[in-house]
Design a protein around this ligand. Structure first.
Ligand code: ADP
Length: 277
């Protein structure tokens, strides 16, 4: 984490097991306000598990997770659980479709942690929903039933619901999946806008290394449950590290004007370049 900033979420030596299997191994990560951290790694590396642990949906078998300096997860204390629900939004990969509900109804569900027991929508709830619909380009679909939408549209509804929650920490598991190119770019731009305002932090898993390089403040590489590296694009997304992590050849290019990095997956050949020791 960049020094001088308070951490929004901090994992300290966190190990997560499914039965005997260690899906995350001694991971320490800390995220500052206004950061976008992209988590990359091969299938099965533990990316979703990391997000589930950050969301409090999985308990670490060892280590500690603190949110805004508190230890909220697993807390029996209602005010702590409520504060967590108000501040952390999690968009999973497989979004359950709420049958029979309209897009607007589903986005309004994001307001639940802020509403009283009767869940009556107040003007500020309507406003948050309007804003989330607008940001996710869903205004025209607001009255449609979610179960009648395409996969990509449903994904945008799930993201709008998370935005309506007005979270301080937004966790997104492969949000770009199912989205067409334009909506992918619009989503990443939206995340940058939210983070630039300074009070939303984003942690997202993704497979698109080029998008991670363009949009993330920091990138983390995970392999077999362990953190291989975390840091700036220049530090972390090197040919050697990517090869170690993905077991694939990705050529790393640099735009000589802007200095921006880009990555080109190469066909596997028997003479694939061996990373120098
Ligand atoms: P990724 O998101 O990087 O593809 P996951 O976090 O989904 O990886 O999974 C990490 C490892 O944990 C994988 O080997 C996966 O098979 C295993 N795993 C994930 N979820 C479960 C579960 N509910 N029960 C048992 N094993 C699981």
């Amino acid at each position: 984490m960049p020094s001088g900033k308070e951490s929004v979420i901090a994992l300290d030596d966190v190990t997560v097991r499914y039965g005997e299997f260690e899906a995350l191994r001694a991971v320490s990560v800390s995220v500052a306000a206004g950061e976008i951290v992209a988590v990359l790694g091969p299938n099965g590396a533990g990316k979703s598990t990391l997000l589930r642990a950050m969301a409090g949906a999985l308990q670490p078998s060892s280590g500690r997770i603190s949110l805004f300096g508190e230890l909220p997860f697993g807390s029996e204390r209602e005010p702590v659980r409520r504060r967590t629900a108000q501040r952390v939004a999690f968009v999973t990969q497989a979004t359950d479709v709420a049958f029979g509900f309209t897009v607007r109804d589903v986005v309004m569900m994001g307001r639940a942690p802020h509403q009283g027991a009767w869940m009556t929508a107040r003007p500020e709830d309507e406003l948050a929903v309007d804003e989330a619909l607008e940001r996710c380009e869903l205004r025209a679909l607001a009255a449609r039933r979610v179960d009648a939408l395409s996969g990509g549209e449903q994904k945008r509804v799930a993201i709008a619901r998370a935005l309506a929650q007005s979270p301080k920490l937004l966790l997104l598991d492969e949000p770009g999946a199912f989205l067409d190119v334009r909506h992918q770019l619009a989503l990443y731009d939206l995340l940058v806008d939210l983070a630039a305002a300074g009070d939303v932090s984003v942690v997202l898993t993704m497979h698109d290394i080029n998008a991670a390089a363009q949009y993330a403040s920091r990138v983390a590489l995970l392999k077999e449950g362990a953190l291989v590296a975390i840091g700036s694009v220049e530090e972390v997304l090197t040919y050697r590290r990517l090869r170690e992590t993905f077991d694939a050849d990705l050529y790393c290019g640099v735009n000589d004007v802007t200095g921006a990095r880009f990555f080109l997956p190469m066909r596997q050949t028997r003479t694939a370049t061996k990373a120098p020791d």
